[in-house]
Design a binder for this molecule. Structure first.
Ligand code: 13P
Length: 255
C-alpha cells in the first residue's frame, strides 16, 4: 500500500513573515490528520524560518528547485547540500521552470541524480502542454519526460522518489483533468516508464501525484483513483483551510 502524499507548492508567494503566519495557521489542522505524508514547499528564502516552525511536527519541508552542483560560482543558485540541511524533499522539473527558466529533461536528470546523492527525495514533475494535449501527444510527451528525466538513475527503494503528473493546461487554470483521465496517464505511461527504469516492484512503490487545479472540492475524485497517490497543490496550498481539506480528503480515501 502506498501512503498518500500531499504537497503544497507555494511558487513565488509569501514573504518570510507571511509564510510564518500561514504555517502557524496550518500546523494544528495538518497535525490532526494521520496516515498522509504532508509537505510544504515554500520559496527558498522562507525555508529556514519554516523549518524551525515545523520542528517536532510530522510535516515535511521541500524546496521548489535547486542546482545540481554541490557548490561553485553559480550566482543566484542554491545547492543540494544547502537544501538538504533544511529539507527532505525537492520539486524538480516543474513546468514553470521548463517554460520560463530553460529547464530541460537533461537538466532535470542532473538534478534528480544530485538530489538522490544528497538523500533528498525528488518530486519530479511531468506533463504535457495544451498544444500537445490537443494534438493527442500526451502519452508520448510524458513518456519522454519520464525516460529522459530518470535515465541512469538508481533507487534504493520506491520511497526515494515521488512523481507528479501535472498537465500544463490544468495548472492555475481552474480546469482540472478528470480523475479517470489522469489515472490513465499514470497507469499507462508513468508506471510503465518507472517499471522500465526500476523494475516492476519499485514501480509499484513510487508515489505518483496529480497536480493542476486541485481544490478541496475536487481532490477526492483524484484520490479515489487507484494509481493516483496524492496531489501537488498550487493555489489551494496558500490558504490553510483549503490545504487542510485536501489533506483530509487524502486521509479519507484510505478509510
Ligand atoms: P494549481 O494548483 O494552482 O493549479 O498549481 C498546480 C501546480 O503547479 C503545483 O505544482
Amino acid at each position: 500500500m502506498r501512503k498518500p502524499f500531499v504537497a503544497g507548492n507555494w511558487k513565488m508567494y509569501k514573504t518570510v513573515s507571511e509564510a510564518r503566519h500561514l504555517v502557524s495557521e496550518m500546523v494544528p489542522g495538518l497535525q490532526a490528520v494521520s496516515g498522509v505524508d504532508k509537505v510544504l514547499c515554500p520559496p527558498f528564502i522562507d525555508l529556514l524560518a519554516i523549518a524551525a516552525l515545523l520542528e517536532g511536527t510530522d510535516i515535511g519541508l521541500g524546496a521548489q528547485n535547486m542546482h545540481w552542483e554541490a557548490s561553485g560560482a553559480f550566482t543566484g543558485e542554491v545547492s543540494p547540500p544547502m537544501v538538504a540541511e533544511l529539507c527532505k524533499y525537492v520539486i524538480l522539473g516543474h513546468s514553470e521552470r521548463r517554460a520560463y527558466f530553460g529547464e530541460t529533461d537533461a537538466t532535470v536528470n542532473r538534478k534528480v541524480q544530485a538530489a538522490l546523492a544528497h538523500n533528498l527525495v525528488p518530486i519530479v514533475c511531468v506533463g504535457e502542454t495544451l498544444t500537445e494535449y490537443e494534438a493527442g501527444r500526451t502519452n508520448e510527451v510524458v513518456f519522454r519526460q519520464m525516460k529522459l528525466g530518470l535515465t541512469g538513475i538508481e533507487l534504493p527503494d520506491g520511497n526515494a522518489l515521488v512523481v507528479a503528473y501535472e498537465p500544463v493546461w490544468a495548472i492555475g487554470t481552474g480546469r482540472a483533468a478528470t480523475g479517470k483521465g489522469a489515472n490513465a496517464v499514470v497507469a499507462d505511461v508513468i508506471r510503465v516508464a518507472l517499471a522500465e527504469q526500476f523494475g516492476s516492484q519499485v514501480s509499484q512503490e513510487v508515489r505518483v501525484l496529480y497536480g493542476g487545479s486541485v481544490k478541496g472540492d475536487n481532490a477526492a475524485e483524484f484520490f479515489a483513483e487507484p494509481e493516483i497517490d496524492g496531489a501537488l497543490v498550487g493555489g489551494a496550498s496558500l490558504k490553510a483551510p483549503d490545504f487542510i481539506r485536501i489533506v483530509q480528503a487524502a486521509a479519507a480515501s484510505q478509510a
